[in-house]
Design a binder for this molecule. Structure first.
Ligand code: ATP
Length: 265
């Protein structure tokens, strides 16, 4: 696998002068195509900042990001709030990126009733929402809206899927159900994923690699491969190896600030 993105000594400082906040210490990270990277760490350590850098919505204050092997990286995003457009049906919400993202948008008028509709319906079917395609967002539960949100993030076949706490507002049962949905989508489409989460079980269930960050100014303390066989299931989470991994991650994140700074040097 070749790297899709390389962060080379990338740092981020927000604001300037007396208001300057060093959010991210110089960071090196190489993300391979098809990786599923979970970013975990204490609140305010710079996880979302790393996502913003990868989306190119934010430029580094120093260092550089290299996007390798593709001319331009197509990005899909999903956040904690599904933000579906309330006046559009679920099908039309999911179709939205095909209307605005090149090269799809050039053929939107021609293909929206056939090829694009079929593509959307196939995704909706995969996440169990096909019979809700004509419903409005307010007619769906929170978990169903997040399923639609994942479909919308993937419909234009992004190279890179950026997920910032997508299940953070859901109850535990729905969240665990959606881990399975997201894993199925990832296994079938194999986008490169960067997931920010506070839930260490979620990270261990979904990721191929877990990057543990130090408190602000964030840096990557540990870059851990996760090799539990796929497809993972809730049974996987009951295995002793899974619990040990979660405990180790927890211990790394809970280390007192002074000690993590020593550790990161
Ligand atoms: N636009 C901004 N202006 C000033 N400071 C910012 C800005 N965005 C983020 N920060 C600061 O940078 C640091 C890192 O923020 P970031 O949102 O990346 O952290 P995070 O790890 O995603 O946090 P959380 O887990 O709480 O969502 C925080 O201390 C935050 O206050």
């Amino acid at each position: 696998m070749k790297p899709l993105i390389q962060f080379r000594d990338v740092s981020v400082t927000y604001g300037d002068g007396a208001d300057a906040t060093l959010a991210l210490s110089p960071t090196n990270l190489s993300i391979e195509q098809g990786d599923f990277i979970a970013l975990v760490g204490p609140s305010g350590c710079g996880k979302s900042t790393l996502l913003k850098l990868a989306s190119e919505l934010l430029a580094p204050s120093s260092g550089a990001l290299e996007f390798c092997g593709v001319e331009s990286v197509r990005v899909g995003m999903a956040f904690q709030s599904a933000n579906l457009l309330p006046w559009l049906s679920i099908r039309k919400n999911v179709m939205m990126p095909l209307k605005i993202v090149p090269p799809y948008k050039a053929e939107y008028r021609k293909k929206r009733y056939n090829e694009y509709k079929d593509r959307v319906d196939q995704l909706l079917d995969q996440v169990g929402l096909l019979s809700f395609a004509e419903k409005q967002p307010w007619q769906l539960s929170g978990g169903m809206m997040q399923r639609a949100n994942l479909c919308r993030a993937l419909v234009h076949e992004p190279d890179l899927l950026l997920l910032d706490e997508p299940f953070g507002a859901l109850d535990q049962f729905t969240r665990e159900e959606l881990w399975g949905t997201l894993q199925d989508l990832w296994l079938s489409k194999k986008p490169t994923v960067m997931l920010v989460t506070h839930d260490l079980r979620e990270a261990a269930y979904l990721a191929t690699r877990i990057c543990v960050m130090s408190p602000r100014p964030g840096r990557i303390l540990e870059d851990r491969s996760v090799s539990f066989p796929r497809p993972r299931s809730l049974q996987t989470t009951f295995q002793p190896e899974f619990s040990s991994l979660v405990q180790e991650l927890h211990a790394l994140i809970s280390v007192p600030k002074k000690q993590t700074q020593e550790f990161a040097r």
